[in-house]
Design a protein around this ligand. Structure first.
Ligand code: SF4
Length: 245
């Protein structure tokens, strides 16, 4: 049985309130604390695994399509795109309106279609990202982030899921849960959150930590009304301690 939670500190109050904590006032979590969170998530969700699929262009397009929509709508849009066009070169060279029509079920189709074509035009002809597999990770990440509209999260998805490289995507669920759990600095910019989460992730467990934080964000640690009372991480969560008062 867990003991009664102690009174929250000022930083914990800030954390629960969603306030920004200055970099000078922030202390990185210790490796044992990170391992404790990882272990608790592992007890709840298991150890996810997925072999690198080695289709980086597909992963890149999927990540663009995933913005501001559900996984289901993203997948419908992606399937329609692949059915409508046989190759990535055809997607690149098609009239914008045809690409937009194909991905319409994914939402924001005007913006996403233009972004997809911009990215494909910035890649070699024939379209490929296979050269990234040669690494090293920092240069592969830099090459991806130099593409139009591609940021750290998208780059991390491509590197991790396509090639099994060491990177950890930080999306809205991962950043929210990790921040509430005290792993990341509240209010930190996304580049910092990526650098910090990557630095604290045990080598070889990048996919596990990303997927399990994401699952917890979807199932329990919701954006508006986190289900703290039934959360299995409650006794190690500074935000829960504050929320309980
Ligand atoms: S106790 Fe659980 S649900 Fe509540 S803020 Fe912490 S991690 Fe999220």
């Amino acid at each position: 049985m867990g003991s009664s939670p102690s009174a929250p500190t000022g930083a914990e109050r800030d954390l629960a309130a969603g306030a920004t904590v200055p970099r000078s006032a922030w202390r990185r979590p210790s490796p044992p604390r990170v391992r404790a969170v990882r272990n608790r998530l592992r007890e709840i969700y298991g150890i996810p695994s997925a072999a690198p699929h080695r289709r980086p262009v597909e992963e890149l397009v999927l990540t663009v399509l995933s913005q501001s929509t559900s996984d289901r709508n993203r997948d419908v849009a992606f399937l329609r795109l692949r059915r409508r066009f046989a190759t990535w070169e055809e997607v690149r060279d098609a009239p914008l309106a045809e690409v937009e029509a194909a991905i319409r079920p994914g939402g924001l189709s005007r913006v996403k279609s233009a972004r997809i074509q911009d990215v494909l035009r910035a890649l070699p002809d024939p379209v490929s990202l296979d050269a990234l597999a040669d690494g090293p990770v920092p240069s592969a990440r830099a090459a991806l982030c130099a593409l139009p509209g591609v940021g750290r999260k998208t780059a991390a998805c491509v590197l991790l899921f396509s090639f099994g490289m060491r990177d950890v995507p930080v999306d809205t669920h991962v950043s929210r849960v990790a921040t509430r759990l005290g792993l990341l600095r509240p209010g930190g910019p996304f580049d910092e959150l990526h650098d910090e989460l990557l630095a604290m992730t045990p080598r070889g467990q990048e996919l596990e930590l990303h997927v399990n934080l994401l699952r917890h964000g979807r199932r329990t640690c919701h954006s508006q009304r986190p289900a703290c009372a039934g959360c299995d991480l409650r006794w190690m969560c500074p935000s829960a301690r504050t929320r309980a008062r």
